[in-house]
Design a protein. Structure first.
Length: 240
């Protein structure tokens, strides 16, 4: 008999600077993560639709998780992060119930000692693999880790416009370092689509291209992106 992998071996409460505002108006500034396994010093948490050992072994086999853990540690180290605690939270994909965006999330806690990487095994992951997504999420985490962005509850949605601007910075830096990244053309297309949806922006194509030129590969802060947002006439959500 193999040891069970789905038992809760630890519960961790993790606090954030920017709380999540619920529909009822409650502010939630922490999450509780149930840890199921520890591998090579990394805490693993599983969120399955059908929480059985067999489903877990099919979706997230031990060997696959070991290599994912190694990849995660290498990427964080390459990006100059050495967090005392790394948590990988892996979600089974559901077509109907989706808590996080397809790209995942990588919140950093208030004290800057814990990086939580949330990934969903969705069709996108099957197609492109974990590496690209991990590099991307690790960059979001790096910007928070180094205080250019606040520590934010993982359910806080800052607004799509803010993400697409941030992506110019992230993918440009990854490109400069020769790491896996989304192309400039892909990110420009994404930004153009989002800016087109904001009716107050004149000539969204032109504006998207200008912002891409300005931000591609540059280190940015949340304050800088909010300033750009003010010029564009858009506001961030959730009290950022
Ligand atoms: Zn992103």
């Amino acid at each position: 008999m193999m040891a069970p992998r789905l038992e809760v071996i630890q519960e961790l409460k993790i606090g954030y600077e920017i709380p999540y505002l619920t529909d009822r108006g409650d502010l939630i500034d922490s999450i509780t993560v149930q840890i199921n396994e520890q591998r090579q010093g990394v805490d693993i948490s599983y969120a399955l639709l059908e929480p059985t050992e067999q489903n877990l072994d099919n979706l997230f086999p031990s060997k696959g998780i070991d290599s994912l853990v190694q990849m995660t540690k290498r990427i964080l180290r390459d990006l100059g992060m050495n967090p005392p605690r790394i948590i990988l939270q892996l979600w089974e994909y559901s077509r109907t119930a989706r808590l996080y965006s397809v790209e995942g999330r990588a919140p950093v806690n208030k004290q800057r000692d814990t990086v939580l990487i949330i990934l969903t095994k969705n069709p996108f992951i099957y197609k492109f693999g974990y590496e690209l997504v991990l590099w991307h999420q690790a960059m979001h985490a790096k910007d928070r880790w180094e205080h250019r962005f606040p520590s934010t509850h993982p359910l806080v949605e800052a607004g799509e416009w803010l993400d697409v601007l941030w992506h110019f910075s992230i993918d440009g830096r990854l490109q400069n370092w020769g790491k896996p990244h989304y192309s400039r053309a892909e990110r420009l297309e994404e930004a153009t689509r989002v800016l087109e949806g904001l009716c107050q922006i004149k000539e969204p194509h032109v504006r998207a291209r200008e912002l891409c030129d300005e931000l591609w590969g540059k280190e940015v802060t949340l304050a800088q992106l909010l300033e750009i947002g003010r010029e564009l006439g858009v506001e961030p959500a959730s009290g950022l």
